[in-house]
Structures are given as structure tokens and as C-alpha cells.
Design a protein around this ligand. Structure first.
Ligand code: HEC
Ligand code: HEC
Length: 283
């Protein structure tokens, strides 16, 4: 397994960013920072089943609230995305709305995907059109909570990514709209809403899965419970390899194997942004 990742990683790192076509850009995003397969690829006893990549992931159970079934994102016409147009997919990915008006449910991270630049969401769609088609009908998700009437107002203005020359802003784009780091790493309040205004990056979200229970960590600049005293290399190792500052192996569901394939430039921007998160402590 490790060899496979290492080989793909080398291939990505060797790739000059400027020369990327939309399909290549989409592949880079899906297989690294966006990590769509972390939810949408089936899992076997030895990890993701790569021969069936993106054909629908294991159910995600949130107590009695919902059992969500990450969909088949391969181009199969009946069971995958082949039946949707590019324009329809763009609304589905960023706004969480299907062409029939129904809403796509959590935990698809719409709080953040709504901020994805047009060029990047277009690139992701272009890439998804090229992955091997897998016929796999997923069971329907069951939500016992009411979904809101809409996740976001319709997007009517063009969205562009911050320039890469503005390292912190671009890092924020990676941590938010592309990577939704800040969704998993921000606690919810008693009202069940994310505390983005007051507790951004403070950690404390619980994830129940085959690995047991993991709790997201404080990734703000707080010196005691956050990353304030970590070196850049230590932060990078945690993100890419899932090994913390004390050498302890970190648990899922964070998609370490996807982040391992991020370019050095993107990793450096992401860390520069994390350094700017005001210190917070989860209650
Ligand atoms: C945290 C887990 C998670 C991540 C990450 C995620 N998804 Fe999803 N996605 C889901 C779940 C769960 C559903 C099904 C929700 C439902 O049934 O209403 C879904 C549904 C979808 C749908 C709707 C398909 C349909 O036929 O209704 C699309 C399109 C989609 N995801 C694309 C993506 C793309 C592209 C990415 C990466 C940029 C991505 N997802 C990342 C969990 C995730
Ligand atoms: C699907 C949820 C999820 C996503 C997305 C996610 N994380 Fe995590 N992260 C976790 C969890 C849970 C842990 C703690 C795992 C453990 O303790 O075993 C963690 C641990 C970490 C750690 C180690 C901190 C420590 O004190 O040990 C860092 C650093 C980190 N995440 C940064 C990020 C960044 C940056 C991103 C985006 C590129 C990200 N995470 C995306 C859930 C997530």
C-alpha cells in the first residue's frame, strides 16, 4: 500500500503546476486536498478498494440522526454521475441541490464547497468524467432530521480562487473550500451548528467508526492545545502521514493518504494559513 502512495506522490510532485490541463488539475484536487474518495470510495479490510475508486463509500452513521450513503461518482449512466450535465453537477457539488430540487444531505461539506472556484469545480467535474465507470447502485441515504430548504442561496456570481502569491489567502482556500479541514476541526454548539465565528479550528468533533472513536484536534495557533509550538515539519508530517508530534499514529477519518499527495507549494500555503488561526480552546 505504502509503495502505491509513494509512487503516485512522486508522479504528482514531478508535475509542473503551470502545465496542468483541467483534467489534470481535477485529478490533483480529487486525489489530494479534496479527497472525495475518502468518503466516496468503498473500503475493504485493507483500506480503500482502488479498483472501484469513487464508486460509492461505506455508510456514514450519525447516531439516530442519519445514515448517509456517499454516492457513486463514476461516469456510469444508471448508478453514477453519467446522467447529469456538467452544469447540474456544478450545482450539486457546490450548492448541494439535485436537478429535481431535492437536497444532498450531510456530511457532504457544503459549508465549504460553496466557496470552490469555478475553474476548480469545473476541473473536478472534467476529471470525474474520465475515471473508470463502475456500476454500483448505492442504497438511499436515510435522514431522520429535517434538511434545510437550501444549503446556500444560489450562486450567481463568478467565483475565483485567491492568487497563489497571497500565500495565507490561498492556504485558507485550501483549508476551507477545497479541503474542508475547518469543518472537521470546528466544534458544533449545543444548537447543532458549527461555531465558525467563535471556535474556528478548535477541534473537539467526535468521529465514531470501525477505528473506534477519534476526536478532532485543535489546529489553531494556541500554544497549549493547538499547533502553536509545532514546527512546520511536524505539522506537515501530521497532515501527510498521520503521525503527531509525539510520534503517535493518528486515527481516521482524516484522509492522510490523500493529503500525502499535496504539492509542496500547497502544503506550505496551508501551514502558513494555519499559523494565522487565532488561538482558541475547545470547551
Ligand atoms: C465527508 C464525506 C464526503 C466528502 C469529503 C465528499 N462527499 Fe460527496 N457525498 C457525501 C454523502 C454522504 C453523499 C450522499 C448524500 C445524500 O444521499 O443525500 C454525497 C453526495 C454527493 C453527490 C450527489 C450524487 C447524487 O447522485 O445525488 C455528489 C455529486 C458528490 N457527493 C460529489 C463529491 C465530490 C466531487 C467530492 C470531492 C470534491 C465529494 N463529494 C466529497 C459525502 C462526502
Ligand atoms: C474528516 C474529518 C477531518 C478532516 C477533513 C481533517 N481532519 Fe485533521 N484530524 C481529524 C481527527 C479526528 C484528528 C485526530 C485523530 C487522532 O487523534 O487520532 C485530526 C488530526 C489532525 C492533526 C494533528 C493534531 C494533533 O494535535 O495531533 C492536524 C495537524 C490536522 N488534523 C490538520 C488538518 C488539516 C490541515 C486538514 C485539511 C487539509 C484536516 N486536518 C482535515 C479529522 C479531520
Amino acid at each position: 500500500m505504502r509503495f502505491v502512495w509513494a509512487a503516485t506522490m512522486a508522479a504528482f510532485l514531478a508535475f509542473p503546476v503551470a502545465a496542468q490541463t483541467p483534467v489534470e488539475r481535477g485529478r490533483y484536487l480529487v486525489e489530494s486536498i479534496a479527497g472525495c474518495g475518502n468518503c466516496h470510495t468503498p473500503q475493504g479490510p485493507n483500506g480503500p478498494i482502488l479498483g472501484r475508486a469513487l464508486s460509492g463509500g461505506p455508510p456514514m452513521v450519525e447516531g439516530k440522526l442519519f445514515t448517509a450513503q456517499p454516492s457513486n461518482l463514476t461516469p456510469d449512466r444508471e448508478t453514477g454521475l453519467g446522467r447529469y450535465t456538467d452544469a447540474e453537477l456544478k450545482v450539486m457539488i457546490r450548492e448541494g441541490r439535485r436537478p429535481d430540487g431535492s437536497l444532498i444531505g450531510p456530511p457532504m461539506p457544503f459549508n465549504f464547497y460553496r466557496g470552490m472556484a469555478d475553474a476548480d469545480v469545473d476541473a473536478i467535474i472534467a476529471y470525474l468524467r474520465t475515471v473508470p465507470s463502475v456500476r454500483s447502485a448505492m442504497p438511499k441515504s436515510v435522514y431522520n432530521i429535517p434538511l434545510p430548504p437550501a444549503w446556500t442561496p444560489p450562486i450567481t456570481e463568478p467565483i475565483t480562487a485567491p492568487p497563489r502569491t497571497d500565500k495565507v489567502a490561498y492556504g485558507g482556500y485550501l483549508a476551507g473550500p477545497l479541503g474542508h479541514c475547518l469543518e472537521c476541526h470546528t466544534p458544533m454548539g449545543p444548537d447543532g451548528r458549527f461555531q465558525f465565528d467563535t471556535m474556528l479550528g478548535a477541534g473537539g468533533m467526535k468521529f465514531d467508526g470501525p477505528w473506534g472513536i477519534s476526536v478532532s484536534k485543535n489546529i489553531t495557533s494556541d500554544e497549549e492545545t493547538g499547533l502553536g509550538r509545532w514546527s512546520d515539519a511536524e505539522i506537515e508530517r501530521a497532515i501527510r502521514m498521520g503521525v503527531d508530534r509525539h510520534g503517535r499514529q493518528l486515527m481516521p477519518p482524516m484522509g492522510y493518504a490523500y493529503y500525502a499527495r499535496m504539492s509542496g507549494e500547497d502544503m506550505s500555503a496551508l501551514i502558513a494559513f494555519l499559523r494565522t488561526l487565532p488561538p482558541r480552546k475547545a470547551p
